[in-house]
Design a protein around this ligand. Structure first.
Ligand SMILES: [Zn+2]
Length: 173
């Protein structure tokens, strides 16, 4: 049942996080064709030229883009050709996944090693036993009696997420 993510999906996902949905249009075009000018990208994405330039530079700033400039012999002008820095993007994706994995493992360790108490009324109020003792087992937000939180389900979800991520990382590295 695991949903396989292709490298292309990962690239578009990262681009979306960093530069938004218009940048995804730009990146999609560049996934199919390397080394395009900003004008060609604009015509293929139907974005305005200045939008495309802004996106290209923001992706360049984040090391997600490469360019080369070619001088026109007649006019003396330079034309810039752009392509995705696939290695940079994949490296970033790897880094992000490792960070997420680390957080998930910390969370799992926390869930496994603590008795937790929650408020039935307030979303997100979750106290450790030690914290709950200090509030006399009352919710710090609303004062309602806290109840023991069975986190077996949460632990299962965390374990599943961790194993999916570890599998993805194994394939990517
Ligand atoms: Zn409460």
């Amino acid at each position: 049942m695991s949903k396989e993510k292709t490298i292309e999906d990962v690239i578009l996902c990262i681009v979306n996080e960093i530069a938004g949905p218009d940048a995804v249009k730009v990146a999609s075009v560049l996934l199919n064709e390397d080394w395009l000018t900003d004008e060609v990208i604009a015509s293929k994405t139907l974005l305005k030229l200045n939008q495309v330039r802004k996106i290209l530079y923001s992706l360049l700033d984040n090391q997600l883009m490469l360019y080369k400039k070619v001088r026109d012999e007649n006019s003396g002008w330079y034309t810039y050709y752009w392509t995705l820095n696939r290695e940079g993007i994949e490296g970033l994706a790897l880094l992000k996944k490792r960070q997420v994995l680390k957080k998930l493992k910390e969370r799992l360790e926390f869930e496994q090693s603590h008795n937790l108490y929650r408020c039935a009324r307030c979303e997100g109020v979750l106290l450790t036993f030690e914290e709950a003792v200090e509030t006399y087992f009352r919710c710090p937000s609303c004062g309602q009696q806290l109840e023991a939180y069975d986190n077996a389900g949460a632990i299962k979800v965390l374990e599943r997420k961790i194993s999916i991520l570890e599998e993805e990382l194994r394939k990517l590295s």
